[in-house]
Design a protein around this ligand. Sequence first.
Ligand code: HEC
Length: 145
Amino acid sequence: MRNAANILWFLAAFAFVCLPLPGSLPTANAADLEADLEIVGDADAGERIFKICGGCHTIDEGGRTKDGPNLYTVIGRTAGTLEGFRYSKAMKAAGASGIVWGRKTLNEYLNDTWKYVPGNIMGLSSIGDATDRANVIAFIERETR
Ligand code: HEC
């Protein structure tokens, strides 16, 4: 009986640690994410990170829709509301729940996109490094000012 309980406990712990996002990098907790916001991003370094995004997003004014929505007006945009883009239900629901894109929300989204907006269809799970995130957000802010 005791053994069975131990095995169950082990399985539960294993599931908790390993199953939510198999193969993904560990992601930061809320306190880490707050601390990340103190990192001053470098827009020039962020331009290199944005090449990952650029496969799916344009960032110039009036830029075309690729796989993802144009990001020129993303700062201050309520999630899932760029006119003419076919968002997932999940992204529209994120907007309805009050998510507006800014430094804090972008940092949290890019840290773990599927956790922050469960069910969204963006094909990028994470920018795992806090400095990389700060840099790419600084680049977005500079390009869209
Ligand atoms: C493989 C394609 C792909 C890549 C790479 C990608 N995105 Fe996306 N992105 C999307 C799609 C598709 C959506 C719409 C998601 C939905 O509707 O669920 C999206 C949505 C977003 C949104 C929400 C926009 C809105 O109007 O609410 C932001 C912000 C965003 N992406 C930023 C980024 C950044 C920054 C990067 C790079 C670090 C990036 N994305 C990389 C495809 C991509």
